[in-house]
Design a protein around this ligand. Structure first.
Ligand SMILES: Cc1cc2nc3c(=O)[nH]c(=O)nc-3n(C[C@H](O)[C@H](O)[C@H](O)COP(=O)(O)OP(=O)(O)OC[C@H]3O[C@@H](n4cnc5c(N)ncnc54)[C@H](O)[C@@H]3O)c2cc1C
Length: 381
């Protein structure tokens, strides 16, 4: 290895990759993030809602500018017949974000930690060598992280596990449109429009975001037809039938749990690439951030000779999502509009929904014991 070569290359400048790179860089390691886009805020495929747990637990988000977020303090959950219940938990909230600018802010924060981000630089392959990898077009590196999303090129190139089960999400942005209750996340259950998941509407800091996701392979209509049907359906709440969306976001969401193998000597997958997404709620931002940070700390320990390669001990700490995968199995097969119309407003269903939305999300808390020097990048309890 030349003295100028990187200790670690991270592929993907999104939540997992930036978190991982910031932890490595703060520990004094040389790290480059390879990103195929020309800017971290370009062509996003996420609604970008951040749960309170991420704000509480991930110090990397400290100081997030207030202009980038809009606080959402509860959920309005609609049955297929549009009757609804309002759900909230004391002190709990979500943050809807101006996600493009949030990503730019996170990328700048990561560079401030000392990481280099190489934009317009797609990962195209790597060859294993004695001391790590030779990255095509880049050079030698001691450790490689694939934080390159649900269809990871790193996983493919190095024979690691790949996601096989997906939801597909599509979302329209509307500028200059206001909804009646912008302090709520509006969620819609409808098996025809969003089989296996929900449709939603949320007021972000700059735009109204209206979207849906469905289980790939179980939908009877295309995502575009489903969006049209959804816009028709919510017309009594907000009439968007003649409003052109200013932008569209769409993408795959892994929902089959952790891929296998998720790591090998000197390489590991992080965030969506690893399948680190709740199979039930499909929320992946807070897990990507926490997984990226914890992976950064684990790799630092390895490269500085304090622990074994994280492809062994660290991977064993991953959540199995057993209960959530079981619930996903049941929801995929037995979702019933009739039952939701009848029972949504019962105490039992309201309680179950509140647990899904507001339970404390606690993966990777053990890493809180090993904060990066300097605090930022640390995971708090
Ligand atoms: C429509 C939709 C809405 C969603 N809404 C939410 C939400 O509100 N809240 C929530 O918690 N989760 C949400 N999710 C899930 C969430 O977006 C993901 O779990 C999260 O973005 C995962 O982050 P990541 O860093 O692992 O991967 P990604 O965000 O997918 O980032 C991967 C990065 O790798 C780059 N990349 C890919 N291939 C290469 C390559 N070969 N070379 C270089 N770079 C590469 C990509 O350009 C990208 O920047 C949503 C998902 C979808 C599809």
């Amino acid at each position: 290895m030349s003295p100028d070569s990187d200790d670690c290359v991270v592929v993907g400048a999104s939540f997992a990759g930036l978190a991982c790179a910031s932890a490595l860089a703060r520990a004094g390691l040389r790290v480059t993030v390879l990103e195929k886009k020309s800017d971290a805020g370009e062509k996003l495929h996420t609604t970008g809602i951040i749960v309170k747990d991420a704000i509480d637990q991930v110090a990397l988000l400290d100081g997030m500018p207030g202009s980038l977020v809009h606080r959402v303090s509860g959920v309005r959950l609609y049955a297929p017949n549009l009757r609804y219940v309002d759900l909230a938990a004391p002190g709990y909230y979500f943050l809807a974000t101006d996600t493009p600018d949030l990503m730019r802010w996170l990328a700048a924060r990561t560079e401030d930690c000392g990481a280099r981000i190489a934009y317009r630089t797609p990962f195209s392959g790597a060859t294993r060598v004695q001391s790590g990898f030779e990255i095509e077009g880049h050079g030698p590196v001691r450790y490689l992280v694939g934080a390159d999303g649900p269809k990871s090129s790193v996983a493919k190139a190095l024979g690691l596990g790949q996601n096989r089960e997906f939801l597909f999400g599509i979302e329209h942005e509307y500028a200059g449109v206001e909804i009646g209750d912008p302090s709520k996340l509006h969620c819609f259950i409808d098996r025809r429009i969003a089989p296996g998941y929900i449709a939603w509407m949320v007021a972000g800091p700059r735009v109204l975001q209206v979207g849906l996701a469905h289980r790939v392979g179980r939908q009877e209509i295309t995502a575009i037809d489903a969006m049209n049907a959804f816009v028709q359906k919510i017309a009594p709440i907000i009439d968007l039938r003649h409003v052109q969306p200013t932008s569209v976001r769409a993408g795959m969401i892994p929902c089959g749990g952790i891929v296998s193998p998720v790591a090998a000597p000197r390489v590991l997958l992080a965030g969506d690439a690893a399948g680190m997404v709740s199979p039930l709620t499909a929320g992946g931002i807070h897990t990507a951030l926490k997984h990226g940070l914890a992976a950064g700390h684990a790799i630092t320990d390895y490269l500085e000779g304090r622990r074994e390669d994280p492809s062994t001990w660290f991977v064993r700490s991953y959540p199995r999502f057993t209960a959530k995968r079981a619930l996903r199995f049941l929801f995929d097969r037995f979702q019933s509009d009739v039952l939701f119309n009848l029972f949504l407003r019962t105490r039992a269903v309201r309680r179950a929904a509140s647990i899904v939305y507001f339970h404390r999300k606690g993966v990777f808390d053990p890493a809180a014991e090993q904060p990066a020097p300097g605090g930022a990048g640390e995971i708090r309890r």
